[in-house]
Design a binder for this molecule. Structure first.
Ligand code: NOJ
Length: 543
C-alpha cells in the first residue's frame, strides 16, 4: 500500500457505537461495524485516543499510554478489533498525543512530589514578580501557566491546565515516548496520527519571552527550532522500523514551507499533514468565537488552491478533510443541511475527496449528520466550549448571543452519537448517550438507505471511482479561474486522462456553460443543464 491508496475514516470512539449500553461508544461497538465500514469503501480507521484518561478533554489528556480507557473496553477488545479489521483489509491508526500528558500521569504526579527528574519531563519554571514566566495564553483560554504553590513553580500547558506540556529537549523523555509508540506498533497498529505535533519544540529557556504582539506565544513554539530533528528521530526510532505504517501530523498554525518539509518523503519525517486554514474562513477577524453570518467561499477556495499548488510543487502531501472531532459538521457549516441535504452533503464530499492527497472522512458525514442545534448552554459538554462560554459571559454577552455563536462553532457539533437507525437513541445505545443529540431532521443511516438519493451510496460510488483511478490518486492538480466565488473548478490530470471537477458551492443556481460532448462521470443531480449549475451541483467530467 502507498500513501495515495489510503482512505481514512475517523471515529470519535465515544460516539460511534455502544456495545454495552452504558451510553458511551466502545471498541466492541466499532468491531461490530467493521463490515459496514468495508462496504463504505475505506481502508483505514483512525481512532481518537483510546487510553486511560481522566477525560477532561475526552482522552486527549492521557493518564496511562499503555492502558485502554475502561469506558471503551479492554486490551483484549483492542486486539480483537485489530484482528477483525485485518480480516476486512482495514488498518487501524491510533491517535498519539505526545505534546502533553494528563496531570494524572504518574510522571506529573512525581514531578509534583518534588522529583527533579520528572519535573524535567515537563516545563516547571520560576515566575517573574508573582507572575507566570511568560504572558502566553492557553488555546482553551486563560494563561498557559499554572502555579504550584508548594513548589513555587509554574508549569506550562498549551491546552487545559490538566494537560501539561512535556519537554522533548529531555532525551529520557524522548526515549519514553519512543517506547510508547513502539508498544502500539508491535501490536500491529499501521497508522499514527500525531496530535499537535508541530508544537513539541519549545524555545530554549533563555528565550522564553513575552509575546508582545499577540500575547499568545504561538510564534515561540509553533514549528519550533528542533521540530525537524525530533520528527526525524521519532521516524527513525519507531515507525520506519515497521512495514507499511502511515503517519499524519496535526500541524497547528504551520506555514506552507514548514508543512512541505514535514511531509516531503526525502526528509523522512511524516507522510502527510492536516492544515486548518480553509476552515478558519468563518472566523471573524481571526476570532473563532464569533458568529459568521455568511460564507466566504472566495477565501475558502483561495486557501485550498494555494496549499494544493504549493504542496504539489514541493512533493509534499495533504490529508484532506472538511470535518473532524474539533470542527462543526461541514454540511451545516458550508452547505444547507435543511433544504439541500443530499446535494450539499455530496457536493462537499466531491470537493475534498478528489483533491490531491489522502481523504479523511469523519464518521457520520456519509449520512449527512448535522450540527447539534442546541437550545440550552447546559447541553454542551466540551471543555473548550465551556471555557469560551465563561469568557464570552465576562465580555457581557447574553446567553442568547452566546448560544448563537457556540451552536455555530462548538466542537460538540461534530461529536454527536452516530444515528444508525430509527430506534430510541438512534441505535447508538439502549441508554441515553453521553451527549444529547436531537437529530432535528431525523437523519439516520436507515432513512438514508431508503431514500432514492442515498448519501451513503454516493460516498461508495465516489470512493470506488477514486480508488480505481490512478489519475485521482497520483495525477496533477490545477485550478480553473472563474469570476464567480460560488463556483469551484479543478482538474486532475496525467498523460492519459483529464478530469474536471465542477462544483456549485451555493444554494442558488449559477450560470456556467458546460461544454457539450463531454463524458459525465459523476453528477449529484438528476439532470445536467449545459447553461447553469443547480444548487450544490457537483459533476465530474472527463475532458
Ligand atoms: C488537538 C485535538 O484534535 C483536540 O481534540 C485536543 O483538544 C487538542 N489537540 C489537545 O490535545
Amino acid at each position: 500500500m502507498k500513501k495515495e491508496d489510503l482512505v481514512v475514516y475517523e471515529i470519535y470512539v465515544k460516539s460511534f457505537n455502544d456495545s454495552n449500553d452504558d451510553g458511551i461508544g466502545d471498541l466492541n461497538g466499532i468491531k461490530e461495524k467493521i463490515p459496514y465500514l468495508r462496504k463504505l469503501g475505506i481502508n483505514y480507521i483512525w481512532l481518537t485516543p483510546i487510553y486511560q484518561t481522566p477525560n477532561i478533554d475526552n482522552g486527549y489528556d492521557i493518564e496511562n499510554y499503555y492502558k485502554i480507557n475502561p469506558d471503551y473496553g479492554t486490551m483484549s477488545d483492542f486486539n480483537n478489533l485489530l484482528k477483525e479489521a485485518k480480516k476486512y483489509k482495514i488498518n487501524i491508526m491510533l491517535d498519539m498525543v505526545l505534546n502533553h500528558t494528563s496531570t494524572q500521569h504518574h510522571w506529573f504526579k512525581k514531578a509534583l512530589k518534588g522529583s527533579k527528574k520528572y519535573q524535567n519531563y515537563y516545563f516547571f519554571e520560576k515566575g517573574k514578580n508573582n507572575k507566570p514566566p511568560t504572558n502566553w495564553t492557553s488555546k482553551f483560554g486563560g494563561s498557559a501557566w499554572e502555579y504550584i504553590k508548594k513548589l513555587d513553580l509554574w508549569y506550562l500547558h498549551l491546552f487545559s491546565k490538566q494537560q501539561a506540556d512535556i519537554n522533548w529537549e529531555n532525551k529520557k523523555l524522548r526515549a519514553e515516548v519512543f517506547k510508547i509508540v513502539n508498544f502500539w506498533l508491535k501490536k500491529g497498529v499501521k497508522g499514527l496520527r500525531f496530535d499537535v505535533i508541530n508544537l513539541i519544540s519549545k524555545p530554549e529557556k533563555k528565550n522564553w519571552k513575552n509575546d508582545l504582539k499577540y500575547n499568545d506565544g504561538k510564534k515561540f513554539y509553533t514549528d519550533g527550532k528542533n521540530i525537524n530533528f525530533y520528527l526525524k528521530e521519532l521516524n527513525k526510532k519507531t515507525f520506519s522500523n515497521y512495514e507499511n505504517v502511515f503517519t499524519v501530523g496535526e500541524l497547528s498554525s504551520t506555514n506552507l514551507k514548514h508543512f512541505a518539509n514535514y511531509s516531503n518523503p526525502k526528509n523522512k519525517e511524516l507522510d502527510m499533514g492536516f492544515i486548518f486554514y480553509h476552515l478558519k474562513t468563518d472566523y471573524i477577524d481571526n476570532h473563532k468565537w464569533s458568529y459568521a453570518p455568511t460564507k466566504d467561499f472566495k477565501k475558502f477556495k483561495e486557501v485550498i488552491e494555494t496549499w494544493q499548488l504549493y504542496q504539489q510543487k514541493h512533493n509534499s502531501w495533504i490529508a484532506n478533510f472538511l470535518s473532524n472531532h474539533d470542527q462543526p459538521r461541514h454540511i451545516s457549516r458550508f452547505g444547507n443541511d435543511k433544504i439541500y441535504h443530499y446535494q450539499s452533503a455530496t457536493c462537499f464530499a466531491v470537493l475534498y475527496i478528489f483533491l490531491r492527497g489522502t481523504p479523511f472522512i469523519y464518521y457520520g458525514e456519509e449520512i449527512g449528520q448535522t450540527n447539534l442545534y442546541n437550545t440550552k448552554i447546559e447541553e454542551f459538554n466540551d471543555i473548550e466550549t465551556t471555557n469560551a462560554y465563561k469568557k464570552l459571559r465576562s465580555e457581557n454577552k447574553t446567553d442568547d448571543q452566546i448560544l448563537k455563536i457556540i451552536n455555530q462553532k462548538s466542537r460538540d457539533n461534530g461529536r454527536s452519537p452516530f444515528a444508525w437507525n430509527n430506534k430510541k437513541y438512534y441505535g447508538f445505545s439502549e441508554t441515553r448517550p453521553w451527549l444529547k443529540y436531537k437529530n432535528i431532521y431525523n437523519i439516520t443511516l436507515e432513512n438514508d438507505l431508503k431514500n432514492k438519493n442515498s448519501i451513503f451510496k454516493f460516498y461508495q460510488e465516489i470512493l470506488r471511482l477514486r480508488q480505481q483511478n490512478k489519475t485521482f490518486k497520483l495525477g496533477k492538480i490545477k485550478f480553473i479561474e472563474t469570476n464567480n466565488d460560488n463556483i469551484f473548478i479543478y482538474e486532475r490530470y496525467d498523460d492519459q486522462k483529464n478530469y474536471q471537477i465542477i462544483l456549485n458551492l451555493s444554494d442558488k443556481k449559477q450560470n456556467y456553460k458546460i461544454k457539450e460532448n463531454i463524458k459525465i462521470i459523476i453528477n449529484n443531480h438528476e439532470k445536467l443543464n449545459f447553461n447553469f449549475l443547480n444548487p450544490y451541483q457537483a459533476i465530474i467530467v472527463e475532458c
